[in-house]
Design a protein around this ligand. Sequence first.
Ligand SMILES: *Cc1c(COP(=O)(O)O)cnc(C)c1O
Length: 471
Amino acid sequence: MTSSESISTEDVRLRPPSVDQLLAWPVMARLSAIHGRPLVLEAVRNLLAQWREQAEPFNDTDFAADVEQSVLSTVSPSQRRVFNLTGTVLHTNLGRAPLPQEAIEAMVAVASGASNLEFDLEKGKRGDRDDHVEDWVCRLTGAEAATVVNNNVAAVLLVLNTLARRKEVVVSRGELIEIGGAFRLPDIMARAGCKLHEVGTTNRTHPRDFEEGISSRTGLLMKAHTSNYRIEGFTAEVAEADLATIAHTHQIPLAVDLGSGSLLDMTTLGLPAEPTVRGTLEQGVDVVTFSGDKLLGGPQAGIIAGRRDLIAKIRKNPLKRALRCDKQTLAALEAVLRLYGNPDIVAQRVPALRLLSRPEPAIRQTADTLIGPLSRWAGQDWHLDVTEVRSQIGSGSLPLDLLPSAAVRLTPQGGNKRHRGRQLKALSSRLRQLPIPVIGRIADEALLLDCRCLEDAGPLVAQLEAGGSEP
Ligand SMILES: *Cc1c(COP(=O)(O)O)cnc(C)c1O
């Protein structure tokens, strides 16, 4: 608020002006002109109600400032960019895979107007939205056909509901997975209208368990990639090829939920092996489901690839209409898949792959450049150094910390353990309040900022330097 807008002769009074009088103040008129009268009215009413609960005189200047702050906070975007320095590359809470420039441009190109989303430009008649990506998925995976829905859970739901509604689905007990709390395979199965038939034990399942589990009620054999945990020791699982043989002997399809489902051999990037979609289909699996925004590095989507007749059935399920994805997603996915068409560039052009395979020395270099600006910003209560850490892939891929990385470590100095704990929380909170919030992690009584996902430190340094040196 500028001084020319100062509001009344008396700054402090016992009773507030009426709502109409308040809205007539120049500061309110200015806010209404920019942000609309309803939001200003809402703020005025809320703050008046708050004022009534306190037994204090009414201060015009304070009230005007509070209204302005409240309106500005309401209109500031809720979802914003953040710096992911958690060390988890595909962080579900932070939006998973960053998109390649090509995908962003493809989304923008279709977002602002009409597109041939479901229109065949050659024939001049209705097309299918899957057409934009199906050929690419088939080319990259060897599948006969493919369809795309909103996310991988939707893909699993749709496969189950299409292929095994009112029937039994035979699954190994060792694969009844829960992902991120909200997705449990047994729950999805029930919602899909299927009856779960568990076979084997948690640690061991044999081919004969599946053989014995199959009956006239069986609609589907299913295998879920246990991506977010690992059962070690005395274990046995049935290989896909053997499962496929069992399934096909009984003329039942086999579905595999791959979760991440990679389109290339991750070991070529120096990363831990993950089953590829192509490799899984080559085992004789009939349908696979996988996410668009995990190792693929694209937008949120669930991809279903496999046998042509089964994909055709899946596409005809009315639930497909409820689970379909929008034109922006399809545009982004198409652009990402196109990058996979050229194996020489994909690892550099798809940010998720580039970040996952980023060499430790480059990460360390970034961390080094942050030490100065961060220590000036944090103040003298902190000791900073660069330390070796391990990043995680995230999103249910291999839960182990596997990727050698480097982090800036901020360690509070002095005070007792409780005091240092409070300092750590306060510093994390200050980092979250920066214009582009910075999200790190607290471990071993220090705040770690893993620099793997920070390819350009410039914007982070700039906002630290703009923020002054002391809290
Ligand atoms: C991640 C995951 C899912 C869920 O995929 P979303 O794309 O998050 O819906 C399902 N199954 C497995 C095995 C997964 O790893």
